[in-house]
Ligand binder design. Structure first.
Ligand SMILES: [Zn+2]
Length: 224
């Protein structure tokens, strides 16, 4: 959605110019897609550059935080959105089961998620792959505490084969690891699958392990 604004000349003066700008599609704090309220904008024409740069201040109507958006030219009048400041950095929440099982997984997953929100699509996939390795290995170690050193040293694929007992979990973990490997290698093997699929498989793996941990807790309770 576009908005007509007046922007004040940064160099002083009372001059104002009219521009048409795109509204940022989400607030960087709450990452909700409500229409932010435009408060004020400034423009300047940096040296060595013959087009205007506009910086606009917005108020999110949901969380009431202020944030900036910067714009550059399409023409002298139409400006396209360049960046939103601060970068969005929403965290994904995990259950207590998962947080206790693998705090490293939660940390690495959320670092990857933040890089994805900053549009760093070439590196966030590698982070998700690393997060998956911590989740699988920490789960394998929780099931086989005596083999912890061996599990830490093994390749992820080998760990999935050797230590994930449930076939459904094995399939999910294997699919996640194959797509995760695509994010780290020069040649992509599974071109029909994307980062979104990788995240879906990891998410289902997390849910499955969470469910298995809850079942185990229920079994311990009823067997007392
Ligand atoms: Zn907000």
């Amino acid at each position: 959605m576009d908005l007509m604004i007046n922007a004040i000349d940064i160099s002083g003066g009372e001059t104002e110019r009219h521009f048409r700008i795109e509204l940022p599609f989400a607030c960087p704090y709450c990452v909700k897609g409500a229409f932010p309220k435009h408060l004020i904008s400034y423009y300047n024409e940096p040296r060595f550059q013959n087009y205007p740069v506009v910086t606009a201040l917005f108020l999110c109507p949901i969380c009431e935080n202020l944030f900036l958006a910067t714009y550059q030219d399409i023409s002298d009048y139409d400006l396209s959105l360049c960046s939103v400041i601060p970068y969005p950095s929403k965290e994904k929440g995990f259950s207590d089961n998962i947080k206790n099982l693998s705090p490293d997984f939660c940390k690495i997953y959320n670092e990857s998620y933040k890089s994805e929100q900053q549009s760093l699509f070439e590196i966030c996939g590698m982070g998700y792959r690393k997060a998956l390795e911590f989740l699988i290995k920490d789960y394998a170690i929780s099931l086989n505490p005596n083999n912890s050193e061996e599990i830490k040293r093994k390749m992820l694929g080998q760990c999935i084969n050797d230590y994930m007992e449930n076939d459904k979990l094995k399939a999910l973990a294997r699919a996640s690891s194959w797509l995760g490997n695509d994010e780290t290698h020069y040649v992509r093997q599974n071109i029909d699958y994307s980062l979104k699929d990788l995240k879906n498989f990891i998410s289902a793996t997390v849910d499955f392990i969470d469910m298995e941990l809850t079942i185990k807790e229920a079994q311990n309770f009823t067997n007392r």
